[in-house]
Design a protein around this ligand. Structure first.
Ligand code: HEC
Length: 142
């Protein structure tokens, strides 16, 4: 009976892997965001994306996309999917339109009791609007 002994380490590895995956989804550790050269937006929360083309700070659009890309990858991708391709378990953020700015910032700041964490203590609005700008720069879902 040598078989059970030789497969035991294999089972241990598989179990550890599954636990790691479950934790990656459930346990949210906010990643600090370096908002680079973006101008400070202050404390008063804006209700419109200032970095969008045609808006007040649109000259920072490309910088916002860059900052948003890494902020998204570190904080949102584990639930909302790589490059915002959600896969159906969470809302697809690419489907929000520019009229949803207020909805977006409110949801991100406050979270919901159905699984969306609140970010107002860990991200400033620069990071939030940068994420919004990045998601808007992505191709829309088919
Ligand atoms: C732990 C998983 C998780 C993480 C991490 C997460 N979200 Fe969510 N998010 C959810 C879930 C689940 C919902 C749906 C909540 C509901 O319906 O009440 C949601 C909803 C939203 C909504 C509302 C979308 C809609 O169409 O209703 C926005 C906007 C949003 N998330 C943005 C973000 C951003 C930006 C980040 C990163 C800073 C983020 N989320 C990180 C799980 C997550």
């Amino acid at each position: 009976m040598t078989m059970p002994i030789s497969i035991r380490p294999l089972i241990a590895i598989v179990l550890a892997g599954a636990a790691g995956l479950a934790m990656a989804h459930g346990n949210v550790t906010p990643q600090p965001v370096n908002t680079g050269n973006l101008p400070s937006l202050g404390d008063e929360v804006r209700m419109e994306n200032p970095f969008r083309e045609g808006n007040e700070l649109s000259e920072y659009y490309s910088e916002a996309v860059k900052v948003g890309e890494s902020a998204y990858a570190g904080n949102c991708a584990s639930c909302h999917g790589i490059r915002a391709m959600s896969g159906g378990l969470t809302p697809d953020l690419r489907e929000l339109t520019e009229w949803d700015d207020e909805y977006f910032i409110t949801r991100v700041r406050n979270g919901t009791d159905r699984g969306m964490p609140s970010w107002k203590k860990s991200l400033d609005q620069n990071a939030m609007w940068a994420i919004r700008t990045y998601v808007e720069s992505l191709p829309k879902p088919e």
